[in-house]
Design a protein around this ligand. Structure first.
Ligand code: COA
Length: 369
């Protein structure tokens, strides 16, 4: 019988790949995406430019904003035709279930070029917006291929053109969440790609992993929490009751960050920018007060372990301020993170090998007689 010395349940700190795509420094609270500080990139780039950067990390990609915009437009068109031919696919009540089903119909191979990655990433955003339309009583709508991915997404969602400030805020959101080290959904995508399975199978696995409340499913509950708390004075009692009931505070804590998640600050800045244009949901002050209180209560209960705001806390406030319905939050995350999943699939195909960890058997053995 061969036994591994240590069982690492959760793989904390285990390095499974070398990557040029992103770096998460949990002590410093820094996220680097393809050599750029995430905040700098978020305010300087469109989502298309971020995709070009991510998809160039393993191969040279010469892609301008207009080239990528065209590729994304084509992707939305193909996704529209797929939905027209299969109108039932978006009927599932949970948007992540619908997204997973619709994405699985894309099919395809193992190519790692920008046409392939724009085809996948563009379709995911289109599916999310179309799910929202259908579930709010609007008919399926054709994409406007002349618009950027963010602008067309918001146009489809609200059935009217977005403001420039809303489009910029969504570009900031998608760029910021586009990649984040070896998170669970990215790892899931890499595991599937490592078996030399096709790209869509890898992406569908990633969507499944992202759906969970410990990963991408938290921002909806964060907004529900803020709505339930209502005013800063109620925060202490509400949070204490949650913790006494054995429940976790959504949007707080992170496996890697020991300090505040740097993406929280990026989103706060984006919300303040939106507020200067008169676009506000008024939740920022409440969110800050609830965060402060939650941090204090968690520090009392877990002095050994810093539990601070993670990306999902201010995702809820930012997406709400842009005007995105809260049942769509996880699919919004998927629409941005798809860019990183694609980059990781390419990197895994180029540099990785079959991912196949070991387990320690604790069951019974056949009798010796
Ligand atoms: N609220 C209350 N307690 C929390 C907590 C939270 N948000 N996050 C962690 N803890 C506690 C756990 O209950 C556990 O306590 P115990 O040792 O007494 O059982 C301890 O901290 C360690 O938790 P663990 O689940 O081992 O940590 P992790 O590194 O696996 O967790 C998260 C990371 C993100 C899954 C976790 O912090 C969490 O569940 N957060 C809320 C969900 C969320 O916001 N998800 C989005 C992540 S980006």
């Amino acid at each position: 019988m061969i036994e591994a010395a240590v069982v690492n349940n959760g793989l904390d700190g285990i390095i499974v790949a070398e990557t040029k795509i992103s770096q998460v420094d949990g002590q410093l609270g820094q996220l680097i995406i393809c050599g750029f500080d995430a905040e700098e990139l978020a305010f300087a780039s469109t989502f298309e430019q971020t995709c070009a950067l991510l998809w160039s990390s393993t191969q040279k990609v010469e892609a301008s904003q207009s080239t990528l915009q065209k590729q994304f437009g084509k992707a939305r068109r193909t996704a529209f035709e797929l939905l027209q031919a299969n109108p039932f696919i978006l009927q599932q009540a949970h948007p992540m279930d619908a997204l997973r089903t619709a994405t699985s119909l894309l099919t395809g191979g193992t190519e790692t070029d920008i046409c392939e990655f724009a085809r996948i990433t563009g379709a995911i955003g289109f599916f999310a917006a179309s799910w929202s339309r259908l579930h709010s009583g609007l008919p399926l709508s054709q994409p406007d291929e002349s618009l950027s991915h963010a602008a067309d997404f918001l146009r489809l969602l609200a059935n009217e053109p977005p403001t420039d400030a809303q489009t910029k805020a969504l570009d900031i959101y998608w760029t910021t969440v586009s990649d984040h080290g070896m998170n669970a959904s990215t790892f899931a995508a890499r595991v599937v790609a490592s078996t030399e399975s096709d790209n869509i199978s890898a992406i569908v696995a990633a969507i499944g992993a992202l759906k969970g409340p410990l990963h991408g499913g938290a921002p909806g509950p964060v907004l529900e929490m803020l709505n339930a708390i209502g005013t800063p004075e109620n925060a202490d009692k509400w949070l204490t009751d949650e913790l006494n009931g054995g429940r976790r505070i959504m949007g707080m804590g992170h496996r890697i960050y020991k300090v505040r998640d740097p993406r929280a600050a990026i989103f706060e800045k984006a919300i303040r920018q939106l507020e200067t244009t008169g676009q506000t949901s008024g939740q920022l002050a409440l969110a800050r007060a609830v965060e402060k209180q939650a941090e204090q209560l968690l520090a009392q209960r877990h002095p050994e372990r810093p539990l601070k705001a993670n990306v999902e806390f201010y995702t809820a406030v930012l997406l709400d301020a842009i005007g995105i319905p809260h049942n769509l939050f996880s699919t919004m995350f998927a629409a941005g993170r798809a860019a990183g999943w694609c980059a990781h699939i390419a990197e895994q195909r180029a540099t990785g090998r079959l991912i196949r960890p070991a387990s320690r058997y604790t069951g019974s053995y056949p009798s010796q007689s």
